[in-house]
Design a protein around this ligand. Structure first.
Ligand SMILES: O=C(O)CCC(=O)C(=O)O
Length: 262
């Protein structure tokens, strides 16, 4: 049986070549169910404070429970977004200068529908999409199956450079990411995907989406605005830097040019 570092090395290769990979057992079963409990408490507190857990522009009905700004809401999510396994996969695809663009949850409850097909990179960068400039790390807090609404993706679509290359009837080429609770799924930002329909009678599908991008891209969220001051003040230096809260911002891309001393 492969050891964890062999699994991680294989996952990185698959991510780079095929645009996605699944890394099992990143969280133990008990950790995944504790995280699910924290997520529900966070969602309830967010709703009780007047926050929306349904956005019409994203989901066809309110059976999808969305939680935004996880980083501001509970320390667990501040740990997960910098988890070593997640960071290794992100760095393998994007290089070391990555930023945290967003961190949200989507719990697909029975009866939830499928959102619009999209790639996450296409939502933040105009075409052509020539290189991986973003990635999603999807945390599975429940087992994920086709029936309970697994994320559906188009294999090979990380090679799509322009919308017109997506081809005819793209939804007919969708296939599910199935994984056990405690796994992470890494998805190149160029992969075209959507949420599946939850057709079960009684199973929730709970996923967290950690979205990361190259350091020269503006994050989806303005962390300076959404993170409360007391949270910002308590953050560890790496998290502050990856959220763009420090004074220095877009300085990494040309560092080798300055170092060359031309
Ligand atoms: O929940 C899912 O399976 C996919 C969610 C998604 O793609 C999104 O929110 O952009």
């Amino acid at each position: 049986m492969a050891n964890p570092s062999e699994n991680l090395a294989r996952a990185k290769t698959k991510l780079i070549e095929e645009g996605w990979c699944v890394l099992p057992d990143v969280l133990a079963g008990t950790e995944a169910s504790a995280a699910l409990g924290t997520l529900w408490k966070t969602a309830e507190a967010w709703a009780a404070s007047g926050g929306d857990t349904f956005m019409k522009v994203l989901d066809p009905n309110a059976s999808n429970v969305r939680v935004f700004n996880l980083i501001g809401l509970d320390p667990l999510f501040r740990d997960l977004i910098l988890h070593e396994a997640a960071s290794e996969l992100v760095e393998a695809l994007l290089g070391p200068d990555f930023m945290i663009s967003n961190f949200t949850a989507n719990i697909a409850r029975p009866g939830s529908g499928s959102m619009s097909l999209h790639s996450d990179q296409a939502l933040v960068v105009p075409e052509p999409w020539l290189e991986p400039w973003s990635i999603n790390i999807i945390w599975c807090l429940s087992d994920v199956s086709f029936e309970n609404g697994a994320t559906l993706f188009i294999p090979g679509s990380h090679k799509v450079r322009r919308l017109e290359e997506l081809g005819e009837k793209p939804r007919e080429r969708l296939t599910p990411f199935e994984a056990k609770a405690g796994s992470i799924i890494a998805m190149d930002g160029r992969v075209w995907h959507t949420s599946g329909k939850n057709i079960t009678a009684d199973q929730d599908r709970a996923l967290l989406f950690g979205y990361y991008s190259r350091g020269f891209l503006r994050p989806q969220v303005n962390w300076n605005v959404v993170l409360p001051a007391d949270v910002q003040n308590g953050l560890q230096p790496e998290l502050r830097q990856r959220l763009g809260l420090d004074a220095s911002a877009n300085t990494a891309v040309g560092a080798h040019i300055l170092a060359a001393g031309l």
